[in-house]
Design a protein around this ligand. Structure first.
Ligand code: HEC
Ligand code: HEC
Length: 213
């Protein structure tokens, strides 16, 4: 990636870190037990490993281990239409801020911690040089607002990057970075981050103490 793009990335990093801190504070306290009830319908898709979105086909993202603060931001974006996806827009619209906070802590569960080993799995593709500032070498988002990518489905990661690039997702930070990626870069980055461990996971649907009630 060009040097100018890197300098720009650092500026954005500082901007993003300062502008999102209030959001994080607001969402720190969700009620997981209440969130489990809100999440009942969500698990029809997010509770099944390898469940596919159809037209186009790519897997429904793993949410277990994700930063809850990021999940809230993502849901707000579906609710406002900043992210365009028919089903997720419909699912997010009825949710209140409290619902979002509660469902996010429930779905996230224990958050993925950075890898114990400093060495990432495999060699980062050249295009990852700029990404690691926010998503880490091991794919664990370095702040609670930056999504963890480690172990996420590669087809979902590629879809997300393509959406940032083509405008299906409007996000000031990510559209800039994704706009510079070729289809080949997107494929390599998606495969690389999907291979990192420890990994995100599917939200367990059964043997769940909230559902046992
Ligand atoms: C019919 C299947 C389906 C249902 C039901 C569903 N989702 Fe989703 N969800 C998806 C798909 C597909 C995506 C990826 C959409 C995209 O491409 O942006 C997604 C994306 C998400 C994301 C973004 C994850 C990320 O890494 O950015 C969150 C958070 C989420 N869903 C939460 C929920 C919640 C909470 C509910 C219930 C209120 C729910 N979903 C119900 C299919 C579903
Ligand atoms: C300045 C920090 C920053 C940098 C650098 C950055 N990202 Fe992101 N990334 C973010 C933020 C913030 C989001 C969440 C945006 C949103 O709310 O949709 C995100 C979202 C994503 C997502 C969507 C994850 C999901 O679960 O839906 C992917 C994939 C991604 N970034 C990959 C990359 C790649 C690949 C690069 C390098 C080319 C990169 N990012 C560079 C901050 C960054």
């Amino acid at each position: 990636m060009r040097l100018s793009a890197r300098i720009w990335a650092l500026g954005l990093l500082a901007f993003a870190a300062s502008s999102v801190s209030t959001v994080a504070e607001a969402q720190a306290s969700g009620d997981a037990a209440r969130g489990a009830r809100v999440a009942y319908t969500c698990l029809g898709c997010h509770g099944i490993p390898n469940y596919n979105n159809t037209y186009p086909t790519y897997r429904v993202p793993k949410l277990r281990g994700q930063h809850p603060e990021y999940l809230v931001i993502a849901l707000q974006a579906y609710r406002s239409g900043e992210r365009s996806h028919g089903t997720m827009n419909a699912n997010a619209v009825p949710l209140t801020e409290q619902d979002l906070a509660d469902v996010a802590v429930y779905l996230a569960g224990p958050v993925v911690a950075p890898a114990a080993s400093a060495a990432p799995v495999g060699t980062p593709p050249a295009a990852a040089a700029v990404c690691v500032a926010c998503h880490g070498n091991d794919g664990v988002g370095i702040t609670p607002q930056y999504p963890t990518l480690a172990g996420q489905y590669p087809d979902y990661l590629a879809r997300a990057l393509t959406d940032y690039k083509k405008g299906g997702r409007k996000n000031a930070v990510m559209s800039g970075f994704a706009g510079q990626l070729s289809d080949k870069d997107i494929k390599e980055l998606a495969a690389y981050y999907a291979a990192q461990r420890p990994s995100l996971d599917t939200v367990p649907k059964r043997n769940n103490r909230f559902f046992a009630r």
